[in-house]
Design a protein around this ligand. Sequence first.
Ligand code: SF4
Length: 304
Amino acid sequence: MKIGLIDIDGHHFPNLALMKLSSWHKAQGDTVEWAQEFGHYDVLYKSKVFTFSTERTFLVSADRVVRGGTGYRDYDTTLPDEIEHSCPDYSLYTDFRAAYGFLTRGCPNRCPWCVVPRKEGAIRPHAELSEFIADRKQAILLDNNVLASDFGLSQIEEIVRQGIRVDFNQGLDARIIAKNPDIARLLARVKWIQYIRMAYDHAANEEPVMHAIENLKAAGVKPYRMWFYVLVKDVPDAMRRVEQLRAAGAIPFAQPYRDFENNTRPTQFQRDFAHWVNKKELFNSIEFQAFEPRKGFKCSQYFQ
Ligand code: SF4
């Protein structure tokens, strides 16, 4: 069979589902390629992770078209087990050197803005590192709450043992690190690609976030390795959290709120704030009120 692939989100980040489909089809003796204009395929897979990615028109034909991914508001379809547990075909994305995968799926929490509980359900083991590491020395791990799983913790031990450099790019749960200094010590033994990512989404999490920072510092992690997603709904509230992180020496990353159901666009105020926080040359040199994102408009005007 001839298989065509389309990554609707572009090629900015490897699409794990497409890499697994490619690997599985190649193992069946099929030919697999990125869909070519005017090509004809037995099966054409289109994958879209983000709802805000724009659907693109491809002049291709296929006997069967399979669409999947959260971007199509498809929260229920999963790959068949034999495909899901194939080692990804990393040759599709030659610019990326890391391995990609999930050690666990799901999350025991139910944060109202988050699609994970609905899409993935409760936390459970998913795959051992060996299933997708291939011969790579770095891994981008997409787990949503790996620290909530004993299996996940045992895999982090394995990561330490193998000396693999990692990034849990969906963030680690600061509340668990706050409660458990042993986990902070385990994380201090990991080689990080750059940051230990966590989240400080609500003022209500101040105590556990600050405690997690203290536990990590006590375990020997430098604060500039601690990177926090800061959800931005109410800007003054997000500003307080950002300044607390700055005072602790940690790195905030502002993320304007998007309603994944309605795909609502963040306000200009939220976007200007996120721009200021995330551009470190701005964040480290001027106050938000003095930031002038557009000619003639200073952010102090938001507070008048
Ligand atoms: S802890 Fe993280 S993954 Fe779990 S529901 Fe909340 S936001 Fe989603």
